[in-house]
Design a binder for this molecule. Sequence first.
Ligand code: ZN
Length: 438
Amino acid sequence: MASPPLLWTLFLFFIIISLQSHGEEEDTPITRFQQYLRFKTAHPNPNYAAPVRFLVDQARSIGLSTRTFEFVSGKPVLLVTWLGSNPKLPSILFNSHLDSVPAEAEKWIHPPFSAHRTVDGHIYARGAQDDKCIGVQYLESIRNLKSRGFSPLRTVHISYVPEEEIGGFDGMEKFAASSEFTELNVGFAMDEGQASPGDEFRVFYADRTPWNLVIRAEGIPGHGAKLYDNGAMENLMKSVELISKFRETQFDFVKAGKAANSEVISVNPVYLKAGTPSNTGFVMNMQPSEAEAGYDLRLPPMADPDAMKKRIAEEWAPAIRNMTYTIIAKGKLRDHLGRPMMTPTNDSNPWWSIFKRAVEATGGKLAKPEILASTTDARYIRAFGIPLLGFSPMINTPILLHDHNEFLKDTMFMKGIEVYESVISALSSFEGVSDQVI
Ligand SMILES: [Zn+2]
């Protein structure tokens, strides 16, 4: 039987414990961000069910409606909707992806799914920048707008899609091509961007399109000592030289400051395959009959895909040198009406002007709009002619997507909410008919 002093001690103990746990469970935008960061969404086995449940709860807690689609079983697409007062007007869509790239936990200073917040406010987690920040900021900014009594004219949708980090084929590609997406009547969309180490927000108006190019050469084999024409290796090496020259010319534009890295066509060798294998390596006195090289090509939207194909067919892998090639285009360069897939960033595009003013209204500045060097799900939306800007509001932040120790500072996360409040309220209030302009 416990004596009164012991009971008193136990009572105090429980009071302290409950106060402490209350502190931990404090519900703020930051703790909600941390909660979302703690879901293990890294490939190859991303957990989609738990974060979707969390987001549905969040959306409902602020009075937004939700729908979940499964175009591929086990890979949900969550759609959150804030109905506008004129739902006939084209809607605004804010997209983010649910999944993350893997993290090598032993190379991190804090576990990558702990969402540890340091005393100086750095929140460490895989996905802190790419792109769970925007996923939560969209909701938090709507929460604030609602609490201030704002109501949108146009309907605002937020989509959370799976599989972006592995190409989006079972995520946004299927969603964007679905009748459910068409019914949303999206007039303008936003998707992820990238952090900016400087003090200007970065914004992206296009992605580059990757092509996987393989060139192959064939020729008669010959003794290693023989000099003769049209050997496979010789033919392949001629092409390798030509491709290197082209690469150099493109790179010269970048070095001279005439173009950004993402504005030129990059072509980089990724493998070479040739030789006759032996037990110890390769047969050295034999010139092989086949040789092959693989290249990673990236084309900006203004590149002419037909001109590129002609160059490959006539110069890089010409049949007259017994060469063949295959191109696997990992995406489109033109939209459904044959136009380059890029969103105008000038006053011809009213969405751009509204977006720019909305960012500036928060005291922020936009850097010169860029083409993203890699690809995102944005391409699947731009392919339908829908204008889209890539934007993640992070300034004075090192670019750490896919890197060890990815983090975002709490104050920057909060600033992002403020930016989206301005952006969402401005875009969703736009009355004009803009759709013929784009
Ligand atoms: Zn991303």
